[in-house]
Design a protein around this ligand. Structure first.
Ligand code: CU
Length: 211
């Protein structure tokens, strides 16, 4: 008797099946859309691409070394010089070429701090307006703690490299062209520090080409 009752009940339920209410379908579709959008955004954020419209991620590793070759002529202990350690783009001297998209830049600064009284010490033009200093995100460096800078005036990029430090930052390059980059901290010779190697291509100045 019990089995018979159960079967009767099941048959009744099946017979009473109705189409899914339209309202429920709409709610499910909207929920799925929101979920997929959120997942896509999260994936983009984790990849460091942010709002970039391209998916290319490149890297550029620079160092500031003390060039002993130039020390004898000036009677000093060497002049600071930017050099390319490695890059997923191409480059020689202080000129490099990178594809449009996201670029992760690292600067290893072996030099000591300089006097930079006119310092524009806010990080500008990087993704998030920050750089990391020895792994810690910052958006400002004290004028008394700057050894060199990495500036691309045309693109509004201003990054500070403190003495004996490793800084890293992310650029979202979406403008094709050739741009002069330079160090603005008075790291050169002369009483004000604006002599060689300041404003010298191959030392404190170069060209960044975006393709
Ligand atoms: Cu410099």
């Amino acid at each position: 008797m019990a089995v018979g009752s159960s079967e009767t009940g099941r048959t009744k339920t099946t017979g009473a099946r109705r189409p899914f209410p339209l309202r429920v379908v709409v709610v499910i579709v909207v929920a799925l859309f929101i979920a997929s959008t959120a997942l896509a955004y999260e994936a983009g954020t984790q990849a460091g691409t942010g709002p970039s419209t391209t998916s290319t991620v490149s890297f550029l590793n620079l160092s500031v070394i003390m060039n002993q070759t130039y020390s004898a002529a000036y009677g000093g202990s060497g002049f600071p010089q930017y050099v390319i350690n490695s890059t997923s783009g191409s480059g020689s001297g202080t000129n490099f070429t990178l594809p449009e998209g996201t670029v992760i830049v690292t600067i290893t600064d072996h030099d000591a701090v300089t006097r930079y009284n006119q310092c524009v010490c806010n990080v500008q033009g990087t993704v998030g307006g920050t750089e990391t200093l020895n792994g810690t995100p910052i958006s400002y460096v004290s004028p008394s703690n700057v050894a060199h800078t990495f500036d691309v005036p045309q693109l509004g990029i201003n990054v500070l490299a403190p003495g004996q430090s490793v800084v890293s930052f992310v650029l979202d390059l979406h403008q094709v062209g050739s741009f002069r980059w330079e160090c603005l901290a008075p790291c050169g010779s002369g009483p004000q520090g604006f002599g060689f190697p300041m404003f010298t291509p191959g030392f404190m100045e170069g060209t960044m080409t975006v393709t």
